[in-house]
Design a protein around this ligand. Structure first.
Ligand SMILES: [Fe+2]
Length: 638
């Protein structure tokens, strides 16, 4: 296993950030602290993360600031935010880390093209010059962008994922499983974490990749690769697993230990510009579904089948990790760890007693991983574990806006608003939710990772049978089949779901408790696919998926007291300690970051009320806004 590589130093150029705030008498001198900045960039979902004396004090994805979903650009604005949060300038950074090794990645790309030449010429002609021009000179690029001339360190892609999975976890020792599309060569690794170090024990290498297998079906079923995987997972319960045997016979040679070989006859990602090819089309009886065309039972069956195969591979890899390490706990990261249905099965059927999943499991989390690798492994600093509590601070690691800053925005927008004391605000919002109103909830620091966890969320009443369709079509402008997730008070989770552990990051799917389920009549069972969507399936129908499952977020007072107390208030009013929680954005847009983003999103959708910190806004009271052509266009695109 390769360790961190120190690169040559070159002189820095222009500074990135303005000076931090003036120090007061009680503020510790910044010279007393050590800062490490982690970066992920240039592939998709760029991000920055800042450690102060090893503590994660800020982390954010660039997309939230630039408003470009999955923005792969250098995370200039995320870095600026992290430094501002710490009140420091770039010259205070002790070390900067990058989440993968560009040279190794180029080596893999070059070897792939050489191995299949002349087949990949077209693709190489598109990708090769870009690599040579930009990515191989990354060190210089990063230094120039930061205005930084200190030590730069590079970790391997899966080491960064593994570090992001283990170091912030609540475990002193654990097995580690990382799975994604591809980094340099590795596509999945099994490792072991103990104290302040991690060790990678095994790896599966390109082109055999669980992430790419899933992405191939994402592409074939007509969704966008790297973001549509969630839709495939959401679609799966509407289908039958009728292609599982075919996949395992023709596409995936799966071994007992979870490793596998993908039959490249059917894929085009090695040298082509698409994921699958004509042989794949022939095997599954036709070309890929065109995006935005009607979904059919075939896509649902394909989704169910690839989901089933993925879960089987995850389970086998987890068993191997358990055998190899003997640890009772498992930490997960990498894009496949966002497959919360698979994670739920790992928890229920796998050999591990406890799971911990990095909330920013995709490449954004690599920024956090490399920073922690530098702190613990490279610098040899000890790791302090608090039993039962991770060090992610609930993933609330992004920007926060004080009331006066929010009020300035509201005044500039000419918004109609009321400021309420916290208790009155909670009571009003709980009442509105109980009246089936949809409420935008903008509170505290923004989440790090793809899920909204009660800081940038849209909330609704889970008991309402109309809520799922209403929120999908009128608020999120997205496909009606997509399920919504419940936020539930941590102490009440077992009263509603077959789950008895923390799931703070909405990364575990569990069944709704049997006694809450409403059986489907034999007549209704004749309906197929999406026609079954409107049948109430439990006493919290808006968050109960077609197969009686739910993607659960447990909410605790320690990490998000305001959100916790709002749900408590809703429970006091209705007896139900659950809310619908969906991310505060519309289709194709990153989750809102600033009060301006939130107000804009509120005004463009059918959200009835908006809470911005201590302020409450009613849609009907807002001044009429002329919709620009851009807005209308935006809604038609994804
Ligand atoms: Fe990755």
């Amino acid at each position: 296993m390769a360790g961190l590589v120190r690169t040559q130093l070159v002189a820095g150029r222009r500074p990135l950030c303005r000076p931090g705030p003036a120090l007061t008498g009680d503020t510790p001198l910044p010279q007393d602290h050590e800062y490490v900045l982690g970066l992920s960039a240039f592939y998709h979902d760029s991000a920055a993360c800042l450690l102060r004396d090893g503590e994660i004090i800020a982390a954010a994805s660039e997309e939230r600031f630039t408003r470009k979903k999955g923005d792969p650009a250098f995370p200039q604005r995320a870095v600026a935010y992290c430094l501002e949060e710490a009140g420091i300038t770039v010259d205070r950074l002790g070390k900067v880390g990058f989440y993968d090794k560009p040279l190794l990645k180029f080596d893999r790309i070059l070897e792939t093209y050489l191995g299949i030449a002349p087949l990949g010429v077209k693709s190489f002609l598109m990708a090769g010059p870009l690599w040579i021009k930009d990515k191989l000179y990354m060190d210089r690029q990063i230094r120039e962008a930061l205005g930084y001339d200190g030590p730069m360190l590079y970790a391997e892609h899966h080491e960064s994922h593994a570090a992001s999975a283990f170091f912030p976890s609540p475990f002193e020792e654990a097995a580690i499983l990382t799975m994604d599309g591809v980094g340099e060569w590795a596509t999945a690794t099994i490792g072991s974490g103990r104290g302040n170090d991690i060790e990678i024990l095994r790896e599966l290498q390109w082109p055999d990749s669980l992430g790419l297998l899933y992405s191939a079906f994402t592409y074939y079923t007509g969704f966008k690769v790297n973001s549509g995987e969630y839709k495939v997972m959401g679609l799966a319960p509407y289908g039958e697993p009728k292609y599982v045997d075919l996949i395992l016979r023709e596409l995936v040679d799966l071994r007992e230990d979870g490793s596998f070989t993908l039959n490249q006859v059917y894929f085009d990602y090695l040298g082509g510009l698409t994921m699958t090819n004509g042989a794949f089309d022939r095997l599954f009886g036709g070309p890929p579904r065109q995006p935005e065309t009607k979904l059919t039972q075939k896509e649902m069956d394909l989704a169910r089948s690839v989901q089933g195969v993925t879960e089987e591979i995850m389970l086998r890899m987890a068993r191997t990790a358990h055998r190899a390490t003997g640890h009772p706990n498992l930490c997960l990261a990498g894009g496949v760890a966002l497959n919360c249905v698979g994670n739920g099965r790992l928890l229920r059927e796998g050999p591990f007693e406890r799971l911990w999943i990095q909330p920013a499991a995709g490449d954004a989390g690599g920024a956090l991983g490399v920073a922690q690798l530098i702190w613990h492994r490279h610098s040899g600093r000890p790791r302090v574990v608090t039993a039962g509590r991770d060090s992610m601070k609930g993933a609330y690691l992004g920007p926060e806006y004080p009331p006066d800053a929010i009020e300035r925005v509201l005044q500039a927008q000419g918004a109609a608003y009321t400021r309420l004391p916290p208790e009155e605000l909670r009571q009003r919002v709980a009442r509105l939710l109980a009246e089936e109103k949809v409420v935008g909830w903008f509170n505290g620091r923004m989440e790090f990772g793809p899920r909204a966890l009660g800081a940038r969320s849209i909330l609704g009443d889970p008991r309402s049978p109309r809520m799922q369709a209403q929120m999908n079509l009128k608020i999120k402008f997205r496909e009606g089949f997509r399920p919504f997730a419940p936020s539930v008070l941590r102490e009440r989770v077992s009263d509603y779901f077959e789950l008895d552990c923390d799931s703070p990051y909405m990364l575990l799917v569990a069944p709704v408790r049997k006694e809450r389920q409403i059986p489907i009549s034999s007549e209704a069972q004749q309906l197929w696919g999406i026609d079954r969507l409107n049948l109430p399936r439990s006493d919290i129908p808006a968050v109960t998926h077609i197969d009686y499952s739910a993607r659960v977020q447990t909410v605790s007072r320690e990490t998000n007291p305001d959100y916790y107390e709002l749900i408590q208030e809703f429970e006091a009013l209705t007896g139900c300690p659950v809310l619908v929680n969906t991310s505060f954005n519309v289709r194709g847009e990153p989750i809102v970051c600033t009060p301006e983003d939130a107000y804009r999103c509120f005004m463009r959708t059918h959200i009835d009320f908006l809470v911005l910190g201590p302020f409450l806004l009613e849609k009907r009271a807002q001044p009429a806004r002329e919709e620009s052509a851009d807005w209308k266009l935006e809604f038609q695109l994804d």
